[in-house]
Write a protein that binds this ligand. Structure first.
Ligand code: GLN
Length: 539
């Protein structure tokens, strides 16, 4: 039976529970254990697919096509493993299956109640992951912040699991310690309060990870130890870092891995941290920059800009840059700023070594992206298009090279008669009935790569598998014309004959994919297309 480690957060959201969960997993993996991870999201949504990225950040997609929280991406990147739909639990999913069981008379006529039936369903799901993956450790991150109403039932499930397996279940609380500029002292009170809120749910944390601008000093650790009722050695510093991949090393500096093993009565099976140490050394050693511009629209929220919406793209750029011995300098370019005739706006693009147009939904910002793509095409700036970025590359080419002036996508609701991007017939019926859930091409699909293309050089093989998340496709009626005018259909899905990659010749690097290669990039295994793109950018 595996060990279970629950990670909850206190004080505020966005303290980095996901990176902390993934990092603890990595530490245990480095000690020779098999680790799985689960993200629990407290909202009613069944999956993350129907949420706006500005509200929720990136929607990550697993091989089996689950649209889930971006933290699952963190787990995959840190653990270098692929997870499935089982690694994602939401309130919606839990209630949905309890109600389905009730309708099937699976409760034998008993009254079905919120407690214990909902926590029991959560427990069953957690155990299933451990069994299916034959894990030694299952990391469970509980979304939200302790003290809020939404995640109470999940804390209840955690408490019940501890009761069932006291020696095999641990709790980690990730909190935040603010340092007010005028006072100049790091304060522990919010951490104390959070720990008490966790106690109210019947849970005593085994570890407290103190997120802060700096490492926690001895007096801070002592205070937290006394007021939160744990050994000062179990109060672990989690200071701000330049790269999240440093976090496992920081935790290890404080002995977290051995403390965990000691608590559950296990010993390290082997020492396997070298690869990760080498990675961090490489990350820190690179000085020379490579400048990449990302043209998107999900950055701005009020006076702030968010990077979360494109986290996998950012991480993939980083992995590939490090692999090419460069330090990435990423800049956000708001697509709507390019909906202009002002040439100086476009000249700025020449400051970049490469430009990415990532995925997106809806018409807003698309004309600006098309202009950027045109500029990259004409000025030979290395260009990587991802999903919507590929669709717009095809539209740009159709308009400006094939002379189909009104080329567009069915998604944009224009009156265009030339839908170079359109949906597949079988989807039309679903959409007509407003069934937006599950009308997308999701998860892993095969792609056959054409020889002698940039993609074939990058991948070095003929059949690849990549993850998808989109509703529309390149319309095969236009394929011949696009090809005749010089667009290369460098990758095609063999089962449904759908275009997966387009490229241009006579250009240092112009590649656009219908799939999302960024979802499979890992720090220890950078993605081949991103690596090739960065290589071209450096050149
Ligand atoms: N909006 C486009 C589609 O649905 C592209 C999706 C994406 O970029 N992920 O096909």
């Amino acid at each position: 039976m595996p060990y279970y480690i629950f990670v909850a957060g206190g004080v505020m959201s966005s303290v980095g529970k996901g990176a902390a969960t993934a990092s603890i997993g990595r530490i245990l993996q480095n000690k020779g254990y098999k680790v799985s991870a689960i993200k629990i999201d407290p909202y009613i949504n069944v999956d993350a697919g129907t949420m706006n990225p500005i509200e929720h950040g990136e929607v990550f997609v697993t091989d089996d096509g689950t649209e889930c929280d971006q933290d699952v991406g963190n787990y995959e990147r840190f653990l270098n493993e692929s997870f499935t739909t089982d690694s994602y639990i939401t309130t919606g999913r839990v209630y949905q299956s309890v109600i389905a069981k009730e309708r099937n008379l699976e409760f034998d006529g008993k009254c079905v109640e919120v407690v214990p039936d909902i926590p029991n369903e959560v427990i069953n799901r957690i155990k299933k992951v451990g069994q299916k993956n034959k894990s030694d450790f299952v990391m469970i991150e509980i979304g939200g912040t302790v003290g809020e109403y939404q995640n109470l039932l999940f804390l209840e499930a955690a408490r019940m699991m501890k009761l069932q397996n006291p020696k095999k279940t641990l709790f980690v609380l990730v909190t935040y310690l603010p340092t007010l500029r005028i006072i100049g002292e790091m304060k522990t009170k919010p951490t104390q309060t959070s720990s008490r809120l966790l106690n109210e749910a019947g849970i005593q944390p085994d570890f407290i990870l103190g997120r802060a601008a700096y490492p926690l000093d001895a007096p801070r650790k002592r205070k937290i130890s006394v007021f939160c009722n744990l050994d000062p050695k179990d109060v672990i510093s989690a200071p701000d870092v330049d790269s999240i991949y440093e976090i496992p090393l920081n935790f290890e500096k404080e002995g977290l891995g051995d403390r965990i093993l000691k608590k559950v009565g296990a010993k390290a099976k082997k020492k396997n941290g070298k690869q990760w140490e080498a990675l961090v050394k490489k990350i820190k050693g690179n000085k020379k920059p490579v400048k990449i511009g990302i043209v998107g629209k999900y950055f701005e929220t009020g006076d702030f800009s968010l990077m979360d919406s494109y986290i996998s793209v950012i991480e993939a750029v980083k992995h590939a840059s490090w692999a090419n011995n460069r330090q990435p300098e990423i800049q956000w370019l708001s697509s709507q700023k390019f909906e202009t005739k002002d040439a100086s706006q476009f000249k700025k693009l020449k400051n970049f070594d490469g430009i990415i147009v990532p995925g997106g939904f809806g018409i807003r910002g698309t004309e600006g992206k098309i202009k950027v793509i045109e500029y990259c095409r004409k000025n030979k700036i290395p260009f990587l298009g991802l999903c919507l970025g590929m669709q717009l590359a095809a539209i740009e080419f159709a308009r400006n090279v094939c002379n189909i002036k009104d080329a567009s996508s069915a998604e944009f609701g224009t009156k265009s008669r030339n839908l170079v991007i359109d949906f597949m017939p079988e989807q039309k019926e679903l959409l007509r009935n407003k069934k937006y859930g599950a009308t997308m091409r999701l998860g892993a699909w095969n792609c056959e790569i054409k020889p002698k293309t940039i993609s074939s050089k990058a991948y070095g093989k003929k059949i690849i598998s990549e993850r998808h998340r989109h509703r529309y496709e390149l319309n095969n009626d236009y394929r011949e014309l696009l090809e005749k005018k010089g667009m290369v259909m460098a990758g095609v899905n063999p089962e449904k004959d759908l275009v997966e990659i387009v490229e241009l010749k006579n250009h240092p690097f112009f590649v656009a994919t219908q799939f999302h290669p960024e979802l499979k990039s890992r720090p220890l295994e950078p993605h081949p297309l991103f690596k090739e793109f960065i290589k071209a950018a450096i050149k």
